[in-house]
Design a protein around this ligand. Structure first.
Ligand code: SAM
Ligand code: SF4
Length: 348
């Protein structure tokens, strides 16, 4: 097989077989990586030019009933500091974000029983009433079809639920007794209900192979999510994976670029995890086809408590200063920050 021919095929047809994707991951070198990133950037440019969408991330709860082996919020982590934000705190953060030009608000948290359907509907309705032209994204884990439907009908626009890994054995090895099928059921339901649904996966998980990553790529190609969150795994000191190595910038950037070619219109964040392992990670992600960044809008008093992994970037940056500095930095890197909802083009 010819590696550049595979990349060219990805560029021309937005598809490649399992064998071709595996060959690409197994054999990519500096020259073909450059070629891949160039094609991914051209594809991003076709739909989004050099623009970057920003989302204001509000981390609503550090309580979680789940026990994912990689995450600092897992319920078995007795050292985790727990907090939850109530409706008023969340609205205040959302309004502050709106003034700074964040026209998508993302509410993310552990799976916390405090946020019943009724509570979430109340929060969604107040945000939609106060900020009627903004988009609202939820990232609060697995729920029933009926629950997702109620949240959608209350006004939520998007839902992020990474599939984490599309290999059943790998998924099960990092999720204590959680169902692989159930996670995928949730994603299919979210799509069917009408959400802009976001799948995604971690790169560099312990024992993850290129075959596993090909499973992730084929899974997202087939699901066709509106968004896809891809970031490196980073160990957290109070989890069972504390001594494992983190994923690398290089591998994450390659996966971002291939995902852009498979899903040309996808909303693809340059994640905080990528920026946390590499001070240039955000720019590298954007150059490889990413088109979204998600700065933190959580109250300063809780930021250290939402600790998913070690050495998270930007946690104590002041919102207003940070907002201006991002714009400057993006400009220097050749990107333009846009103040808009930033929907997937298929949902406009
Ligand atoms: N609880 C919800 C869920 O799991 O879907 C949303 C919040 S969860 C903290 C958001 C994402 O953080 C997860 O989908 C996972 O991929 C990522 N994450 C958690 N721990 C991580 C780690 N140690 N390294 C990198 N990403 C991590
Ligand atoms: Fe909970 Fe999400 Fe962390 Fe898993 S990844 S422990 S569900 S917050």
């Amino acid at each position: 097989m010819d590696i550049k021919a595979i990349i060219q095929k990805l560029y021309d047809t937005n598809d490649a077989s399992r064998e071709e994707l595996l060959y690409l991951l197994d054999n990519i070198d500096d020259d073909s990586k450059k070629f891949l990133i160039d094609k991914a950037y051209k594809t991003r440019y076709k739909y989004f030019k050099n623009t970057v969408f920003i989302r204001g991330l509000i981390e609503i709860s550090s309580y979680c009933k789940k026990d994912c082996l990689y995450c600092g919020l897992r319920r078995s982590n007795k050292n985790a500091e727990r907090y939850r934000l109530d409706t008023e705190d969340i609205i205040e953060c959302a309004k502050r974000g709106d003034k700074l030009g964040y026209k998508t608000i993302v509410l993310q948290g552990g799976e916390d029983a405090f946020y019943t359907d009724e509570k979430m509907i109340e929060i969604i309705k107040v945000i939609k009433k106060e900020l009627p032209t903004s988009a609202l994204t939820l990232s609060i884990g697995e729920r029933s079809y009926d629950s997702y439907k109620k949240l959608y009908e209350a006004g939520a626009d998007r839902f992020l639920l990474r599939h984490e890994s599309a290999t059943k054995s790998l998924y099960e090895s990092i999720h204590n007794n959680e169902s692989f099928e159930e996670r995928r059921r949730c994603l299919r339901d979210l799509k069917e209900i009408g959400f802009q649904a976001g799948a995604g996966f971690m790169v560099g998980l312990p024992n993850q192979t290129n075959e596993d990553l090909v499973n992730d790529l084929r899974f997202v190609k087939e699901l066709e999510p509106a968004m896809c969150g891809i970031g490196p795994f980073i160990p957290h000191k109070y989890t069972p994976l504390r001594d494992c190595s983190a994923g690398t910038t290089e591998k994450t950037v390659i996966l971002l670029a291939i995902t852009r070619l498979l899903l040309p219109k996808v909303l693809l964040p340059a994640t905080t995890a990528l920026a946390s392992i590499d001070s240039n990670g955000r720019n590298e992600g954007l150059r490889a086809g990413a088109n979204v960044i998600m700065p933190n809008l959580s109250p300063m008093s809780v930021r250290k408590k939402y600790s998913l992994y070690n050495n998270k970037a930007f946690i104590l940056d002041e919102d207003a200063e940070y907002r201006n500095s991002i714009e400057e930095k993006l400009k220097e890197a050749g990107f333009e920050l846009v103040v808009s909802r930033g929907d997937n083009p298929d949902f406009v």
